[in-house]
Design a binder for this molecule. Structure first.
Ligand code: 2P0
Length: 326
């Protein structure tokens, strides 16, 4: 017998207050609360089928079968769902990533959120948003936030049960992002390894925790006021502090390429011209601009002097997880 879900769609999110360090690696409990914006431009569609004829779990991304390693995070979610629903069959996961060609963007947030939705649906579990967020978190921390549209906060909690994301604001105001895709092909330090290293070795880690708490309170009040300048300034500071942790780790590491610096300077130039535009960066060289959605087309045009159009993607706030009806 086959228990098959409908297709489930989850969008990716970008953290404005970064998650960068784990309190508990197995349960994925973070050191600090984080806050993100879910975006419309990048998403993953996933379908799960529990099938008694399978003799192992299998994962297809865009039609291509993936190796065991790619299955690791997914299997944590499958196992939790099997246990909860008392299912003993292996699963086939089909995923389609909707990310612009050559974007070089990680899709673990949207991918594992969509998987949590599809696996629980196939198993016949009727999970609340909060339960879905908790389940997605066990695959990848940032996935906990992709259950919701707009701004979401992942509350670090103290245990598996209360470490979940909650919705903060629909972001139905003039805010948007612009991605500058800078793929330098260098082998990255994985997020998992990067986080472990800063927690264990950065002399600044305590400062990160205390300032993240302050930044979080400040950005929530700025979001409430729909104040793009404050939101952008706080988000940019949070990102730069995260990258400063990496430089202060032993051994030190960073995610920047020469082209990242070029993009960062552009943001400064735009600000000097009077634009309210700020940057954020994650565990890779891409630079993401935060600003008024209504000004992104102008900035896009200006960036075409320096970057190819394939490197630029405008994104608006996106929706939460959804079941696609056939
Ligand atoms: C974030 N990042 O808040 C931070 C900022 C990257 C930089 O969450 O180890 O794939 O699976 O929990 O969620 C990327 O790491 O890490 C991430 P795990 P995840 O978005």
């Amino acid at each position: 017998m086959i228990k098959q879900s409908k297709w489930v769609r989850a969008h990716t999110n970008i953290a404005f207050i970064k998650y960068w360090g784990k309190e508990n690696e197995e349960l994925i409990l973070p050191k600090n609360n984080s806050l993100s914006l879910t975006l419309d431009a990048f998403y993953t569609d996933t379908q799960v089928s529990f099938d008694e004829d399978l003799n192992k779990d299998i994962l297809f991304i865009d039609g291509e079968e993936q190796d065991e390693k790619a299955l690791n995070k997914a299997q944590v979610i499958l196992d939790l769902v099997r246990e909860e629903a008392d299912i003993h069959d292996f699963a086939r996961i089909d995923s389609k990533n909707h990310v612009p060609t050559a974007a070089g963007l990680a899709s673990s947030a949207s991918g594992l959120a969509a998987l949590a939705g599809a696996a629980s649906l196939a198993a016949g579990l009727d999970l609340s948003k909060e339960e879905l967020s908790r389940l997605a978190r066990r695959g990848s921390g940032s996935a906990s936030r992709s259950i919701y549209g707009g701004f979401a906060e992942w509350e670090k909690g103290t245990s598996d049960s209360n470490s979940v994301a909650i919705p903060i604001d629909k972001a139905d105001w003039d805010i948007g992002m612009l991605f500058i895709i800078v793929d330098d092909g260098k082998k990255d330090v994985s997020s998992t390894e990067g986080m472990r290293r800063v927690v264990e070795t950065s002399p600044y880690y305590e400062g990160w925790i205390s300032s993240a708490t302050e930044d979080l309170a400040a950005i929530k009040s700025a979001i409430k006021k729909q104040d793009i300048v404050e939101v952008g300034e706080i988000a940019e500071r949070s990102a730069l502090k995260m990258h400063a942790l990496n430089l202060s780790a032993n051994p030190p590491f960073n995610y920047w390429s020469p082209e990242s610096i070029v993009a960062m300077r552009k943001v400064e130039e735009f600000r000097n011209q009077g634009y309210s535009v700020y940057l954020t960066m994650d565990a890779g060289p891409n630079v993401k601009l935060i600003g008024k959605a209504s000004q992104m087309d102008e900035l896009y045009q200006a960036l075409l002097e320096t970057f190819r159009k394939e490197q630029l993607v405008i994104a608006k706030p996106g929706p939460g997880i959804q079941i696609l009806e056939d």
